[in-house]
Structures are given as structure tokens and as C-alpha cells.
Design a protein around this ligand. Structure first.
Ligand code: CO
Length: 136
């Protein structure tokens, strides 16, 4: 079951500059950065009650965000819905014909289980499902 809009991710060409902007210009609380090796992505999170802004930037200059920035220069990258049972939701959505970017969930930021629905299944919008796995 989908239980929340977990975060909105923005691809940024300069992560430090974007972190400063969200902290100093938008006065959001910076919750910290995390490199997600599996996703080849550096992330920074700014929780806004009941959701977060996620800044995503290529980790070591490679990965899917590098390609996105090359094509678009930055922008709104994906929406993430929080699930309380990601395997059940993937199964349910696959049965409805949704295509996913991977066969099963992998490890994302904050040690959560994550999987992405192909944009062509959602009118061009990349949608992530995640399931937090407790504290770490
Ligand atoms: Co995300």
C-alpha cells in the first residue's frame, strides 16, 4: 500500500552549491548527504514535514544522473511514493502492466528498499517506490 509522498528529487549539476541554496536561501533544514554506491548517486536531503526534497548528483561523475544532466542540465528528476510493503506493490503494479527499471527492489538512500517504475508507464514521469527499513 502506498502510504506517503516520500520525497521529490531534483538533479543538480553542482551539489555543494545546491545544498547551500536550499539551506541559506530557502532556509530548509539540511539532514545530511549520502553517497549511494549502488545507484552511483550522491544525495542530500531536506525534510519538509511529511516529505523531503532530495538533491541527486552523479557519484564520481557517473551513473544515470550524469546522463540526465548531460541531456537536460538539471531539473525535477522523480517522485517517490513510500510503501509499507514494496514487494506487494511491485507485484500489484506489474499485474496491471507497469514496467519497472529493475526486476526487484535494491538498496537506496537511508538503507531503504527502492525500485523505479519506467517513465513510459507514467506519462514520462519517473516514479520511485521506497520502503524504509528501520534505523541504521
Ligand atoms: Co529518490
Amino acid at each position: 500500500m502506498i502510504v506517503a509522498l516520500d520525497h521529490i528529487a531534483i538533479a543538480v549539476p553542482d551539489l555543494e552549491k545546491a545544498i547551500k541554496r536550499f539551506m541559506e536561501d530557502f532556509e530548509l533544514t539540511y539532514k545530511g548527504s549520502e553517497d549511494v554506491a549502488d545507484a552511483k548517486t550522491s544525495t542530500a536531503f531536506f525534510p519538509v514535514p511529511e516529505t523531503s526534497i532530495e538533491l541527486v548528483h552523479p557519484l564520481n561523475g557517473e551513473g544515470p544522473i550524469a546522463g540526465y544532466l548531460e541531456k537536460k542540465g538539471g531539473g525535477l528528476h522523480h517522485l517517490c511514493f513510500r510503501s509499507d510493503d514494496i514487494e506487494a506493490d511491485v507485484k500489484r503494479l506489474k499485474a496491471k502492466g507497469y514496467q519497472f527499471l529493475s526486476d526487484k527492489p535494491s538498496l537506496g538512500a537511508h538503507n531503504s528498499k527502492v525500485i523505479f517504475i519506467h517513465p513510459k508507464s507514467c506519462d514520462g514521469v519517473l516514479i520511485e517506490l521506497n520502503q524504509p527499513q528501520g534505523d541504521h
